[in-house]
Design a protein around this ligand. Sequence first.
Ligand SMILES: [Zn+2]
Length: 159
Amino acid sequence: MSDGNELANFASSSAGKIFELSKQCLMAHSARAVETYVAKQYNLGNYPIKIHIRDGYAAKAQSFAKAIISVEWCSIFIDSSLGKERQRRAIAHELGHVILAFEKRKESGRLERASDRLSEDGCGIFEEELCALHHRFNSDPNHRHEVLFPSLADHRLAS
Ligand SMILES: [Zn+2]
């Protein structure tokens, strides 16, 4: 990678690969936000938990994803054969379980993913409200400037 063209080609093709991959990283901002929130809210220091979202859950009735939660990491297993919206809502639901697990840990000292009726209803509310907030935000044309890059409107790729 010594000449300029080689580096330019590498940089350009990497940008394309990362962009394609980023389209598969569902609810990534929310996952990062939950990591930050949990760290601050439950005094765990800077980013002590890492949330991984991966394929490998066979969806059952009433459940479209499953979170395995520990203090340092959390894996949310999803079923990639489901539609994108269903997967995104399922991830939102499991993120609710992550927050709830840390909240309940304050009382019991144990960290576990609760699956009783009350907890499921609570995570259902979290899922719906988080997704509705995303929907409302992204539907508002006044917020588009936060995701667009007007300075690159004339870039060779933009057309
Ligand atoms: Zn649940």
